[in-house]
Design a protein around this ligand. Sequence first.
Ligand code: GTR
Length: 325
Amino acid sequence: MLHFSRLTGAALLAAALMAGTASAQTVLRSSDTHPDGYPTVEAVKYFGELVKERTAGRYAVELYHSAQLGEEKDTIEQVRTGVIDLNRISMAPFNGLIPETTVPSLPYIFRSEDHMHKVMDGAVGDQVAAAFEQVGLVLLAFYDSGARSFYNSKKPINSLADLAGMKFRVIQSDIFVDMVAALGANATPMPYGEVYSAIETGVIDGAENNFPSYDTAKHAEVAKFYSLDEHTMVPEAFVMAKSSWDKLTPEDQAIFKAAAKESVARQRELWTAKVKESRAKVEAAGSQITTPDKQPFIDAMGPVYEKHVKDDKLKAMVEAIKAVQ
Ligand code: GTR
């Protein structure tokens, strides 16, 4: 008995392992800014279940939703340095780091959701995915984020002229700042978690996002006027730290890739349902939706393309996207 009590926990575990009665599990931490139940959160959970099942429990995913690990920009650093293993994050905050991510983030680059899917599932998507390696990340999946539109606390936006001089929070990307300027309004980049109170206190007039974010972040409570101008369709990125990825055997890497691919189909289904649900919910709660003519918005984007699509590589990507039918 005396001898047994001297064994440390680690020694007990080692003994159990040798006896084959327990197996070690690597727990991978994953971040998401959205609350539990959001389509991206549920898709990563699904990915985790598949990985756990297919590795016989050697790997598990622990999901930290609701920005528990920090705002998106901070979590980029955490996953690049391997402090966290996984991260689900919009592609836009990567724009300053990975030039290839700027192209799918450009305003009105996609003609429709279907066009966006074809592009991200095809050669351009592969090119963007490969570029993540430059910054120590492995792109596991692109998820849907629908279209982003402006909303505000002041007035309905029926035309481009109505945006003049208004102040909007944007995601932390220069493309977004320049896009808002090209539309005649003012942009303030700030973390997602600060938007609600910034609108409530009048620091900004509004922000821009898809229906599920507008709804679940409760921005609809403080900004009732939503205008369906659908200026961007930035895909979401689900990434893994290269340092964590390199620890996997090639067989496990294949399991992770396949699970990520399957989670995309799941996320797209959940996404379509959530857009409908959120739109109905905010409308029932009094949000007023207007549909301005998009053409003047599209026509105003020239300077954004001129500034952000400079080199031949990015120009070729834009052309390749346009050519996808
Ligand atoms: C959402 C996106 C989040 C976050 C947020 C934002 O649509 O899913 O990852 O980027 O927008 O505006 O900060």
